[in-house]
Ligand binder design. Structure first.
Ligand SMILES: *[C@@H]1O[C@H](CO)[C@@H](O)[C@H](O)[C@H]1NC(C)=O
Length: 462
């Protein structure tokens, strides 16, 4: 009897020892400088880990955070999937390093609702193991951990636990809510959506500060999430490669270099073509049929009662699941001669080409229908960066934080309204020109102006 008890106690204590030995190391501010030079501690670089459970190259905002921190003398470790090319400055910067996460087996990716409930948990399990290994062991303990949310599962839970064990301060950067995105897929009332909301509300409590993309989101976080720590709105701003092209001739010249405009050169030169740009993810939350429908109405008006309306070329960029379906629809409409004076082309452009296309086009269109009502489409931010006026779906709370109605863009809530805007803006160009001036003014607002006073001062770098 006694012997059994002793062996149990022995087993327990050795398990505890193993556990303690395996615990991730802690952040030690005193050791951050070299012990032989006592003053070095003051001068050592503030280390910030940035975690995104997504492709780093396609997470512009997290890359801007990294560049800003490094610019102000901080040391950055970015943890995420290293799939598409990250920003060249990220790769070349001596103070920024990337710790790649292993992507989950492709087998576990599905759009099937039923399979999703089976594969989902397996995928999460795989991510938990990878994240734990990366955050608790592969990387050294750091002063701060800045986490992108969403995806919230399992990132928030793992990040909270690691930060607790390592004495790291957690900052959550809210781009949206994880549960509202899940609700697009599963429906508002699905138990997983409810659980996900609870999870987000619980684990975000361990952060010592929060950034978010709109004032509207900040007030939701403060009120509904009951956060006692700072919640700081940090609006998205365009990347440095988005800039207006002020000379109209230079805009036309660029447009003639695109293969998509080959058949329109004379109309471009004569100034009788309007180029509309829309970038879409071709997913359920961006209803592309709204744009097709509006262009059909435009076509009808331009060929009947309003023959003065100019020709329109719509260039659509982006990849996504519903692309093929819509391309089929467009081809059918063309065949049936329903699209007169309107041409729709898709394009896949390099980053600098896309930036120049935005700067050269006549009008940008955003079909983004915010899942939470308080997030904003980054593509509109980029359009403004390029000085391009925007028409966009405006039936959500945060829209006026981005677009000033009638000054740099117009909102719509149906394809009929969108068609009305197209007719108004393309029919008489003075309104479009005044919106362009508004958009060009907007383009002077840049990331540093937002980041330095808010994030920089929180982290202690500015
Ligand atoms: C990440 O990918 C880029 C190229 O896209 C490569 O240059 C870089 O070395 C990769 N970094 C790591 C840590 O794998």
């Amino acid at each position: 009897m006694i012997e059994t008890l002793i062996s149990i106690v022995f087993c327990l204590s050795s398990a505890l020892t193993v556990l303690i030995l395996l615990l991730p190391s802690q952040y030690q501010p005193a050791q951050a400088g070299s012990p032989s030079r006592p003053h070095a501690a003051k001068r050592h670089k503030t280390c910030v880990q940035i975690l995104v459970l997504g492709d780093i190259g396609r997470s512009p905002r997290m890359q801007y955070h990294a560049l800003s921190i490094a610019k102000h003398g901080g040391e950055v470790v970015i943890i995420g999937y290293n799939e598409s090319d990250p920003h060249p400055d990220i790769i070349s910067h001596p103070s920024i390093s990337i710790v790649p996460l292993r992507s989950h087996p492709a087998l576990l990716q599905t759009s099937n609702k039923l399979l999703f409930t089976i594969y989902g948990p397996l995928k999460v399990l795989f991510q938990i193991v990878c994240l734990w290994k990366c955050l608790a062991y592969t990387t050294k303990p750091s002063r701060w951990l800045l986490v992108q949310n969403p995806p919230s599962i399992p990132t928030l839970a793992i990040a909270s636990l690691v930060c607790f064990l390592r004495q790291t301060r957690l900052i959550i950067d809210w781009h949206n809510f994880g549960y509202s995105i899940l609700a697009l897929k599963l429906g508002q009332t699905h138990p997983l959506v409810k659980m996900s909301m609870w999870y987000e509300k619980v684990f975000c409590k361990s952060a010592s500060a929060h950034f978010c993309v709109t004032n509207a989101m900040a007030s939701v976080l403060k009120k509904d999430f009951n956060l006692p720590v700072p919640v700081l709105p940090l609006h998205d701003r365009p990347a440095s490669h988005f800039n207006p092209i002020l000379d109209p001739n230079a805009r036309t010249d660029f447009l003639t270099t695109l293969p998509e405009t080959k058949e329109f050169h004379s109309a471009l030169k004569a100034g009788s073509l309007r180029v509309l740009v829309s970038s879409t993810s071709w997913t359920a939350d961006e209803d592309f049929s709204v744009l097709i429908d509006a262009l059909l109405r435009y076509s009808e008006l331009a060929t009947t009662v309003q023959p003065h309306l100019p020709e329109v070329l719509a260039i659509i960029t982006g990849k996504g699941p519903q692309k093929e379906m819509y391309l089929g629809q467009i081809a059918a409409l063309e065949k049936a001669s329903k699209l007169q004076k309107v041409t729709i082309r898709t394009a896949w452009l390099s980053v600098p080409e896309y930036a120049r296309l935005l700067a050269s086009a006549s009008l940008g269109v955003s079909l983004h229908t915010s899942s939470s009502g308080v997030d904003l489409p980054m593509k509109v931010v980029d359009m403004f960066g390029a000085g391009l006026p925007v028409v966009g779906w405006d039936r959500f709370e945060a829209w006026p934080e981005l677009v000033t109605e009638g000054v740099n863009g117009l909102g719509f809530g149906s394809s009929k309204e969108l068609a009305g805007h197209l007719v108004e803006l393309f029919g008489k160009s003075d309104k479009l020109e005044s919106l362009r001036l508004g958009a060009q003014k907007e383009s002077s607002r840049r990331w540093d102006d937002e980041w330095n006073p808010i994030a920089g001062s929180l982290i202690g770098l500015t």
